[in-house]
Design a protein around this ligand. Structure first.
Ligand code: GLA
Length: 386
């Protein structure tokens, strides 16, 4: 049974009727452009075929009641009085309701069930998937139109202010605005997007190291502070506004660590724009090189990789049919991503799995993924009597 059928069946069992709405919020993998979003820079993620699904129907009052099939729990809250009182999965839904209300949306209650197959804490944005599914649910019930960039901002606000995680806009934006068969070049300042096709005869493989990020929050905040300090040094609001020539001319006055952090961001922004050209030229070799360079820069200059990530990336890069590989997401564990020739993908998966197991004694999880649409709303046909 696929995820959609699973939530629909559970809904029917629990509520004795068909759901009025079904929504899907996808996870994401970032092909290139890491730690650039909070520097107002460029990213190139794609929404993936791993997602959070919700089946629901409106209520006549202002209660939201949701059963998580994965957690085996039901949680409720009232839209009239949203309070922080549980540190569980429902806080993601609550945070979105709170941020929508703060933006002036008038919301109505609903009830339903949720399930997902985005691994938690793996760097594939399971939280953005829940947030964008919830946002679609609230807007559907309140009969309001879906605006991806505005909803990404809502999700980010929930993340930053309700959940207290200081993340950028990339994850929510791709989960809201993804396009099937494409990666999305996102300008994280203007939130303009451009769908960019994947090179023909290639597949994107996610390589989950099966390690989970440890000190990621504090390290993430430290990187953000270092980037802000570099931007202040260059007298700009964000590192997006510093090009390589300006950097080369003036970077001498920065301390070594800050200089390296800034160099990563400035060079990574250039790589994202070069990656877009490569993809439009159907040049998988060039795209793969840029991904490899991105990994080196994240490992050496931005210092957000980990031994497990470096091992799996090295192994992947050494396989025949692999154009390039890099860590993806915030780092310190979780997943890498590789671009692989389609007809070599099955062998690639087996070879990397075996070699990584031998090197680390850990069992990785590799999957070939498809680029999908961003958050979606489905209206199941209403059953007619007779
Ligand atoms: C996490 C954050 C994103 C982004 C990446 C790094 O996924 O949620 O906003 O900063 O790390 O590129």
């Amino acid at each position: 049974m696929d995820m959609k059928e699973q939530v629909v069946t559970a809904f029917e069992q629990g509520y004795g009727s068909r759901p009025r709405f079904i929504v899907r919020g996808p996870g994401r993998v970032n092909l290139i452009g890491e730690h650039t979003d909070y520097n107002d820079g460029f990213v190139m993620p794609m929404a993936i075929d791993r997602a959070v699904w919700l089946a629901l129907r409106p209520r006549t009052d202002s209660l939201v009641t949701l059963t998580s099939l994965d957690m085996g729990e039901t949680a409720s809250f009232s839209l009239d009085d949203i309070q922080h009182n549980q540190s569980t999965w429902i806080e993601y839904v609550k945070g979105v309701a709170w941020a929508l209300q703060a933006k002036g949306y008038s919301l109505s209650g609903w009830e339903g069930v949720m399930a997902g197959d985005v691994p938690i804490g793996a760097g594939l944005s399971s939280s953005a998937a829940v947030e964008m599914a919830a946002a679609r649910a609230f807007l559907a019930v309140s009969d309001q139109s879906w605006e991806p960039a505005a909803m990404a901002r809502v999700g980010q606000q929930a993340e930053n202010q309700w959940l207290g995680v200081n993340s950028g806009i990339m994850d929510q934006m791709i989960s809201a605005a993804g396009q099937a068969g494409h990666a999305l070049l996102i300008d994280c300042r203007s939130l303009e997007t451009e769908a960019v096709p994947l090179p023909p005869q290639t597949v994107v493989v996610i390589l989950d190291t099966s390690t989970r990020r440890g000190l990621v929050d504090s390290a993430y905040n430290e990187r953000r502070a270092q980037c802000d300090a570099a931007a202040a040094y260059f007298h700009v609001s964000a590192l997006r506004d510093v090009n390589m020539a300006q950097f080369q001319a003036q970077a001498d006055g920065l301390d070594e660590v800050t200089r390296r952090r800034a160099y990563h961001v400035i060079s990574e922004n250039e790589r994202v724009l070069a990656a877009k050209e490569a993809m439009q030229d159907e040049d998988a070799v060039r795209l793969g090189q840029l991904m490899n360079e991105s990994h080196t820069s994240l490992r050496d200059d931005f210092a957000v990789s980990s031994p497990a990530l470096n091992t799996i990336v090295d192994i992947a890069q050494g396989q025949p049919g692999c154009f390039g590989a890099r860590m993806t997401g915030a780092g310190f564990g979780g997943c890498a991503v590789a671009l692989v020739r389609e007809d070599a993908a099955a062998i690639f998966v087996t070879a990397v799995t075996t070699a990584y197991q031998q090197a680390t004694n850990l069992t990785p999880n590799l999957y070939i993924c498809q680029a999908t649409a961003g958050a979606e709303l489905f209206r199941p046909a209403v059953e007619r009597p007779g």
